[in-house]
Design a protein around this ligand. Sequence first.
Ligand SMILES: Nc1ccn([C@@H]2O[C@H](COP(=O)(O)OP(=O)(O)OP(=O)(O)O)[C@@H](O)[C@H]2O)c(=O)n1
Ligand SMILES: C[C@](O)(CO)[C@H](O)COP(=O)(O)O
Length: 233
Amino acid sequence: MRKNYVIIVGGGSGTRMQSAIPKQFMLLNGLPVLMHTLTAFSQSNTRPTIILVLNNRLKSEWEQLCIKYSFDVPHIIVEGGDTRFHSVQNGLSHIKQLSEPIKPTYIAVHDGVRPLVSKEIIDYGFQQIGRHRALITAVSSKDSVRIKESGDTSRAVDRSTVFLVQTPQFFSAEILFEAYEQTYSDTFTDDASVVEKKGYPIQILPGDTRNIKITFSEDLLFAEVIMKSLAND
Ligand SMILES: Nc1ccn([C@@H]2O[C@H](COP(=O)(O)OP(=O)(O)OP(=O)(O)O)[C@@H](O)[C@H]2O)c(=O)n1
Ligand SMILES: C[C@](O)(CO)[C@H](O)COP(=O)(O)O
């Protein structure tokens, strides 16, 4: 018997998108981005308990959208924080409070604005996390890679040693709880960087180049095209 959760972070303000509508609520193929994301987890075989982190000011708008789109995927809403780190921290505090003392417990953390995550990646990550305690999904660079050096110069690096990190990221609950007790640092760009700071090694699972993060307005167009191609697969 094990317990699985996913914390879906949707507490950001989408400054790079520069849109009046929060990007997590923008329509992708006729449905708000976040609904695609929650649906992917609810349709996985693992079906983790979904904790959705949202800013309080967006909560009632989200509830209206759920009614409008007859969206009935079960989820628990938790208040967002000032940064992604603080939003995840709030999600973890909620899980701690819920805790049924079930062990082992596994927690995935996923960006609400990665709506194209596949059921296969979700299930594979939850399956593999039983053997490793910190697992992330990542893809290789299809471009050549260079590191900036001091001054105007740069240096080529072997791209097989570099990965572009995605979510979901999967963890044993106890190490994620411990890691998120640390004081915030702006080097914490994802959950792996928080857990790594505590000294835990991070394993990499193959991600999917189609699992893009909606960051800029053109990403919604790319996502529409990817969705169409996935539907034709
Ligand atoms: N305080 C924050 C900041 C970010 N996020 C979430 O973390 C994910 C990845 O962040 P990003 O793409 O950077 O989203 P925003 O912070 O909304 O965008 P921007 O950086 O352009 O403002 C998003 O699902 C976002 O909602 C969050 O839950 N709480
Ligand atoms: C967590 C993440 O999506 C992994 O690639 C990424 O680090 C989020 O970065 P952002 O600057 O908050 O968009």
